[in-house]
Structure formats: C-alpha cells, structure tokens
Design a protein around this ligand. Structure first.
Ligand SMILES: Cc1cc2nc3c(=O)[nH]c(=O)nc-3n(C[C@H](O)[C@H](O)[C@H](O)COP(=O)(O)O)c2cc1C
Length: 327
C-alpha cells in the first residue's frame, strides 16, 4: 500500500512510544508480523541542536529496520532544520512531526500537542520539515486541543502542506489517553476532506476495534500503540482477521512467555553487540528485559504474584531465576 510516496507492505504501523518502542521492542513486534512501518519515539529538536550525539543510541542500527520513521518534536523552526540536517546521515524512510504529545513538559515548551492550538507555528514547522527533509514527511496530530478542530481549517493546512500523509490519534490533547474520549466522528470528517492518506490511531486493541475504526472513518491505515505492550502478536491477529475473517484469540501462558523472553533477550543482545561507547550494557539489558517480562505476563491467568516478584528483581540473574521457575 502507499502512504503518499512511501511504499509499505501493509497498512499497519507501530506507534512511537517513548521508553517503550526501542530497537529490540520494534524488532520483537516485527518478529511475529512484518509490520508496514515502525517508528523511533520522539526525539527533541532542542536536544539534537545542542547535543546531536545524545541521540546516537536511539538511532543505533536503525539501518537494519527499514522501513522505519523518525519522529521529531519541537517548536523552534531553526532547531528543527538543524535536527533534520543531522538525522539525514542515518538511514531511515520517513520523518514525522509530533503535534500530539499531551505531556506537561511538551505543553510548557509549546511543542507537541500545543501545536493543535498554535496552528500558525504548526504551519511554519511543517513547511520547514517539507522543505529540508529529503524523506517523505508526515504529521501526527490529535482531534483538537481542548475541543475538536475546525475540520475545514485543519484539512486545508494538511492538504496545502506538501506532506505525504497525516496520522491522527482520535482524541483531543486535553483528553490525554482517557478511556471513552475517542472521537471517530472528527477523524471521519477530516478524512472526507483530505487529499492525502490518513492513518488512524487510538484504542485499537483487537481485530474488532481495528475493523470498527476503518469501517467508521475510512482511514487508509492503522497505527497501534499500547496494545502491542505485552501483546506483540496484535498485528498478526488483526491481519488474519482482515484477510481470513478469523479471530485468533490471544493466548498466553508461561511456556509461551518463556519463548517470548528468549526471543526478546536475543534481540537485546543483538542490538547491544558492538556499541562501544556504552559502558552500562548490562544495566540497559536488565532494564529492557525486566519491563518487557512484566508486560509479557499480561493476559496470563493468575500471573499477579509473578508480576509482583518480577517487579522486585534487582539484577538479570534474579530475573532469570524467576522466569525459569514459574509454572
Ligand atoms: C508510553 C507512551 C509513550 C508515547 N510516546 C509517544 C511518542 O514518542 N510520540 C508520539 O507521537 N506519541 C507517543 N505516544 C502516543 C502513541 O503513539 C499513540 O498515539 C497513543 O498511545 C494512542 O494509541 P493506542 O491507543 O494504540 O495506544 C506514547 C504513548 C505512550 C503510552
């Protein structure tokens, strides 16, 4: 399928999630299904401008993950331009501009979700991204800041911008990640007015919600975030449902859990292998494996005591002892 000039194997995207969608996490999800596009979580343009080397680990071995997108967040056009110049030396396929992050930090810095109420700055930043990026550009937005956007105005900004596609998280910035705040009507109305593809995002947790999102809004592709945490097979489940009409129930038990951990550990080792500038490889591996082990117990019946034990471990040896012993 095509998202503007970007050619993808399928219409599924893994959402950028800070401190979650690391290189091993992205490759873990792709191990089960060849997800059309994955993203490096947001990188701060202010930080890149001052300390470009600080993002070296985030982009390490990125060339092995194509197609992959890099997302930038910032409010200063000059910092954005410098960041684009800097990341161009890496191999990746598409650049996204974050206009949806609801964190207090982002709003204070007048970036991310703040841009949903500062459309002039948004327009300037998108213009800079399109002008200086050699790669296709996208824009990740919300349905509005406090209330839903003026559809006509937002559609015009997007259609006139020169970007290849837009991504919309179907909630306002103010509604953060709250349940029951999904606004598919705004997505549907925006989609009707857009001349470029739109990727839909928000609360896709199984094949039924994926189908409902597409049927209701007619978006071109789907981006999935939180459900992939602890359920790396969500993409496959949705794909099977759309292609074969079959719903594979997500099963998990401790035998499968151990299999997941083995795959994940190999991916972490593969990622860390050769990083010469990091001195705390073991610590990085431990943290990455521990948090994913905890997530991967989700959906296992009666797993609360195991999760509690896992959350207390202090080193990789303790972690592995628990993983081996559980039945
Ligand atoms: C822990 C976490 C970190 C996130 N980090 C980012 C980010 O770096 N950039 C971004 O555009 N969105 C970020 N998001 C938002 C997700 O990309 C996505 O839009 C949101 O979670 C809604 O999709 P979902 O319901 O499938 O999770 C983050 C979400 C979570 C839960």
């Amino acid at each position: 399928m095509k998202l503007g000039s970007l050619n993808l194997k399928n219409r599924y995207l893994l959402a950028p999630m800070l401190n979650v969608t690391t290189n091993p996490f992205r490759r873990f999800c792709r191990y089960f299904f060849n997800i059309g596009l994955v993203y490096v979580p947001m990188l701060y343009t202010k930080k890149i401008e001052k300390h470009p080397k600080s993002i070296e680990t985030d982009l390490y071995k990125i060339e092995r993950e194509n197609p992959i997108g890099i997302q930038l967040i910032g409010s200063d056009p000059e910092a954005l331009k410098k960041s684009i110049d800097y990341i161009e030396s890496y191999k990746f396929e598409t650049l996204d501009l974050n206009a949806g992050c609801p964190s207090k930090r982002a709003i204070k810095a007048k970036e991310g979700g703040y841009l949903m109420k500062d459309l002039n700055t948004l327009k300037i930043l998108v213009k800079v991204a399109v002008k200086y990026s050699a790669k296709p550009v996208s824009l990740k937005i919300r349905t509005g800041f406090e209330i839903s956007v003026n559809i006509k105005e937002m559609a015009k900004i997007i259609n006139d911008s020169g970007i290849d596609f837009a991504i919309i998280h179907a909630r306002t910035v103010k509604s953060n990640f709250h349940e029951h705040a999904l606004d598919l009507d705004t997505v549907k109305r925006l989609k009707e007015k857009l001349t470029i593809p739109l990727v839909g995002n928000g609360d896709i947790i199984n094949p039924i919600s994926a189908k409902h999102f597409i049927d209701y809004t007619n978006v071109d592709a789907l981006m999935i975030g939180r459900e992939s945490i602890g359920n790396p097979e969500i993409f496959n489940q949705i794909h099977e449902y759309f292609t074969k009409g079959e719903e594979i129930p997500f099963k998990n038990d401790f035998a499968l859990f151990r299999k997941y951990i083995k795959i994940y550990e190999d991916l972490i080792d593969d990622f860390l292998n050769g990083i010469s500038y990091l001195i705390n490889n073991e610590e990085i591996k431990f943290k990455e494996l521990k948090r994913n082990a905890i997530w991967l117990t989700k959906n296992i019946r009666n797993s609360t005591p195991v999760r509690r034990d896992l959350s207390k471990v202090k080193n990789i040896l303790q972690l592995k002892t628990i993983i081996e012993r559980i039945e």
